[in-house]
Write a protein that binds this ligand. Structure first.
Ligand code: G3H
Length: 496
């Protein structure tokens, strides 16, 4: 159970502690932040409302711990990460339980998130050993005007303090996707969990604590974004920010100084369906892509652009599958669970009502109870409807009928987002041309958009983000290149 057994020390009465200097602490603010269970809409957990002074303190600790960590041999850093991964997987139950309670993620998916996170940490440790264990050797005589008098050695060095801010929908997985690359590369790490998802994050951090990472290297600060958010992201000690979330990422980018940024923001992932597509495959992928975790994934299918000639048949197939989706509590593994907050449910409802006023065809009756919204397929959506462009982050999938592939590509490219997209056709040549024409960071051919497997590069164009993720790219982003040049008094050519 969350906050008990191995995890008892992270709880102080009914308030979860924050983590600094290798210890679990109570904030001097004397205040806490409540976490509302999206399904029951009642307070579920409380976390510390940390102060700016506490942020300053963890930053100082992070700076000094990083100096010794950078001197820790790479194989030892990897060993500790493997240990953390094993502890995390062995203790998946309390983390999965808190994911269910604070973000209403279905129970099975919550377990999957934790296991996936353990795998990501281990993969990252292995990849780090490989890619950080080698550098480059360059010779000067390949550039015009130079003899072979300079030997250049390059290696990758850490950036310093990495600030990680994961979102509510994958608080554990998208936290470790930032923590593991930062640590293997020799950085220290300050984590600011989302309020909903904070308790899962604190349990995850305790797994790193139990693995025995040095004091101060990892910190986890909880509190209101409005009180410590800007203070953290604009803190002079921070050398890199890795953020996943919404528009806030754009304002962080504008305020952050001259530091590397990794931002995964929103998406309006288009699913382009050609007339030769396998419609059963498309329907299954619209269900998986559009409705898993109730559509609260940045990579969810957020607009279907289907050729008019096959639209009726596809809509019927998707409707039949929507009818089979279960709706209810996350504890019961329902397919559709409550969305994260009342404001999110209200926003989704606003998009649905706008589509209704403008004449979209409702394939199911719109139904909402509290934060629970029943799955909804909207047919005959037109470009003048908000749902054609805005991301609901909920279980609502709009279908736009198109009369040419170009129309589909144009709609996709007219979006201010460019995360992923997908195209369904049996003609691989057409698929490649369409993929090249779509202005998105990734295009999936004959499958719904998805970030994983977690070592694949993952990036957004336009307002969907900056920097690229995936294990290897994250490690590279969290390092910089250092060169040492050996200058010889006379040219030296190896003669074999
Ligand atoms: O919500 C954003 C996540 O990066 C999406 O990850 O494709 O594994 O659901 P996923």
């Amino acid at each position: 159970m969350a906050g008990t057994g191995l995890f008892a020390e992270i709880l102080d009465g009914e308030v979860y502690k924050y983590y600094a200097d290798g210890e679990w602490k109570t904030s001097s603010s004397g205040k806490s932040v409540s976490i509302i269970n999206p399904a029951t809409r009642k307070p579920q957990y409380k976390v510390q409302a940390c102060t700016q002074e506490e942020v300053n303190a963890v930053m100082e600790l992070a700076k000094s711990a990083q100096k010794s960590w950078a001197k820790t041999p790479l194989w030892k850093r990897a060993e500790l990460l493997h240990k953390a991964a094993a502890i995390l997987k062995d203790n998946k139950a309390p983390m999965a339980e808190s994911l269910v309670k604070e973000i209403a993620k279905p129970a099975k998916d919550s377990v999957t998130e934790v296991v996936r996170s353990g795998d990501l940490i281990s993969y990252c440790a292995e990849e780090g050993v490989r890619i950080l264990g080698e550098g480059k050797f360059l010779l000067s005589d390949s550039f015009p005007g130079n003899d072979r008098t300079k030997y250049c050695l390059t290696s990758k060095i850490p950036l310093g303090v990495v600030l990680a801010i994961p979102p509510f929908n994958y608080p554990v997985n998208l936290a470790v996707s930032k923590i593991a690359p930062a640590l293997i590369a020799g950085n220290s790490l300050v984590l600011k969990p989302p309020t909903q998802g904070a308790v899962s994050c604190l349990h995850m951090v305790h797994c790193f604590h139990l693995a025995g990472f040095p004091k101060g290297l990892i910190s986890c600060i909880t509190g209101k974004g409005s009180e410590i958010g800007d203070f953290l992201t604009m803190h002079p000690a921070v050398n890199c920010i890795s953020f996943t979330g919404g528009d806030t990422g754009i304002s962080i980018s504008k305020k952050a100084g001259m530091i590397p940024l990794q931002m995964e923001l929103g998406g309006k992932d288009a699913c382009i369906v050609l007339d030769d597509a396998d419609l059963d495959l498309v329907a299954s992928n619209i269900i998986k892509g559009g409705f898993s975790y109730s559509g609260q994934r940045c990579t969810a299918v957020k607009v279907v652009l289907v050729m008019e000639s096959v639209a009726d048949e596809l809509v019927e197939k998707v409707k039949a599958k929507v009818a089979k989706l279960t709706v209810g509590p996350p504890e019961d593994n329902s397919d559709i669970t409550a969305v994260v907050s009342e404001s999110s449910a209200n926003f989704i409802e606003g998009l649905v009502m706008d589509a209704k006023e403008k004449g979209a065809t409702f394939c199911q009756e719109y139904k909402r109870e509290g934060n629970l919204i029943w799955p909804l397929l909207l047919d005959n959506v037109r470009p003048d409807m908000r749902i054609a462009w805005e991301e609901p982050f909920g279980p609502v999938v709009p279908v736009l009928r198109i009369s040419s592939v170009e129309e589909g590509i144009n709609h996709c490219n007219a979006s201010n987002f460019g995360l992923q997209g997908c195209v369904f056709t049996k003609d691989i040549n057409k698929a490649i041309l369409i993929s090249d024409a779509m202005e998105t960071g990734t295009v999936q051919i004959n499958s719904a958009p998805a970030r994983g497997p977690d070592h694949f590069p993952f990036q957004g164009l336009k307002d969907s983000g900056i920097g690229s993720q995936g294990v290897t790219n994250s490690i590279n982003l969290m390092t910089k290149v250092k060169t040492t040049v050996i200058n010889l008094p006379t040219p030296s050519y190896s003669m074999g």
